[in-house]
Design a binder for this molecule. Structure first.
Ligand code: ADP
Length: 405
């Protein structure tokens, strides 16, 4: 059995998934939160053999104080030993790590070496919140699993095919080059996975399809995929650009920052926190959870209604822009927490676009399901899909591919 362990190490959390790649079946998942912040919380979920459904899973809470990532890995090993499945019976043949920022240096899955770790560290200036946490996870995992290859999978990698016209900011070229200021794009693992699934669902070669992938989670981005290659994406130097998100503003006139600095006296850290942590749906409606926004909107709440309207207005603008960039679209896919679950967001984002060949079937759109499905009408020129993303499986696939050579 080829078992891969997938690690997503954040600044204060560790997510893991153990996957049997022969059947592409998840054996266990886990989440350790509030690392280094006292009173950590951990869960470990074991999937029962022969079942894909969540119903057949059992979740264990693991109380533990977890001061750092090394201890987090020790707790993870304890959870496997105590609740199963046994790592002795299912030893991982490799560990796949999510790394957020690969810069212009990493465009494919990469076996971790000392050199690669130095390069990931060197990219910290572009992703000060993410890359150090990813690296801490890699280092701790190497200690926990010394005998197997560790593979880094970069969120930016799928977007390395962006043409210069799409990734270049129109600022002083020397400044941009010196400080590596350009658009990198994120959520690449999800956009790649979903665009490949979409081709399978519509039963046409990936190479022939012009696609839009709308990854709407707490973070959100849209990517134009032409023949399987990312050619335009809404996130930029950092994940702040583009769509309205749970707590991020997305696109904004940069002069708002000068204005707030000069008029309100906000310094750079306060502005960073304002736009990344206190804006988006949270800033407009006081909650970053689309479920709450939808409920309050249905009850007539004005702030929630405006937040919803701003959110879908931005998506629709991007859909139109990317239609123009691609010269036409065959498939649009919605994915991630909001994209997979929020029928009103899907309906409103694509409403009134009949002239673009987009016709949503209301009943299909509203039927709740965890499966990938078509939500456009049979005579819609553009096929609209809902596809559950699976970044962990995609990381495991890429990890397996590289260790198998
Ligand atoms: P992350 O970007 O953190 O990985 P997810 O893709 O899990 O996020 O998306 C999380 C978001 O999905 C939540 O903040 C919530 O707004 C939204 N969401 C989850 N379930 C639903 C639902 N049933 N209806 C509407 N929105 C939902």
């Amino acid at each position: 059995m080829s078992v891969i362990l997938v690690i997503n190490s954040g600044s204060s959390s560790l997510k893991y998934q153990l996957i049997d790649m022969d059947a592409e079946r998840t054996l266990a998942t886990g989440l350790i939160e509030r690392i280094g912040r006292g009173e950590s919380a951990a869960t470990h979920t074991v999937r029962h053999p022969s079942s894909r459904s969540d119903a057949a899973a059992e979740t264990f809470r693991v109380d533990a104080d977890v001061p750092d990532h090394d201890v987090a890995f020790a707790r993870m090993l304890d959870a496997f030993a105590e609740h199963g499945p046994s790592l002795d019976a299912n030893p991982p043949i490799a560990v796949g790590h999510r790394v957020v920022q690969g810069g212009a240096r990493f465009f494919e899955p990469t076996i971790v070496t000392d050199r690669v770790k130095r390069d990931i560290e060197e990219l910290e200036e572009l992703a000060p919140l993410h890359n150090p946490a990813n690296l801490a996870g890699i280092t701790a995992a190497e200690r926990a699993f010394p005998g197997v290859p560790h593979v880094a999978i970069f969120d930016t990698a799928f977007h390395q095919t962006l043409p210069p016209a799409a990734y270049t900011y129109a600022i002083d070229a020397d400044v941009a080059e010196k400080y590596r200021v350009r658009r990198y794009g994120f959520h690449g693992t999800s956009h790649k996975y979903v665009s490949e699934q979409a081709a399978l669902i519509v039963g046409r070669p990936l190479a022939e399809l012009r696609q839009l992938v709308l990854h709407l989670g707490n973070g959100a981005s849209i990517t134009a995929v032409d023949g399987g290659r990312s050619v335009e994406t809404s996130m930029g130097l950092t994940p702040l650009e583009g769509l309205v998100m749970g707590t991020r503003s997305g696109d904004i006139d940069p002069a708002v920052l000068f204005h707030l600095h000069r008029r309100a006296g906000l310094d750079v850290d306060e502005l960073d926190s304002l736009l990344n942590k206190r804006s988006g749906l949270l800033g407009l409606a006081g909650t970053n959870d689309v479920r709450d926004v939808l409920e309050r909107r249905a009850a007539g709440d004005a702030a929630a209604t405006l937040a919803f309207d701003v959110y879908v207005h931005r998506i629709k603008g991007y859909v139109g822009a990317y239609f123009a960039q691609l010269g036409g679209v065959d498939v649009i896919s919605f994915t991630a927490g909001v994209g997979e679950n929020a029928a009103p967001v899907r309906a409103e984002s694509l409403s009134g676009l009949e002239r673009l060949g987009i016709l949503i079937d209301a009943e299909r759109n509203e039927s709740a399901s965890r499966e990938a499905r078509v939500i456009s009408t049979d005579d819609s020129e553009v096929t609209v899909l809902v596809i559950p993303t699976n970044e962990e499986l995609e990381i495991a696939r890429q990890t397996l591919a590289i260790v198998e050579g």
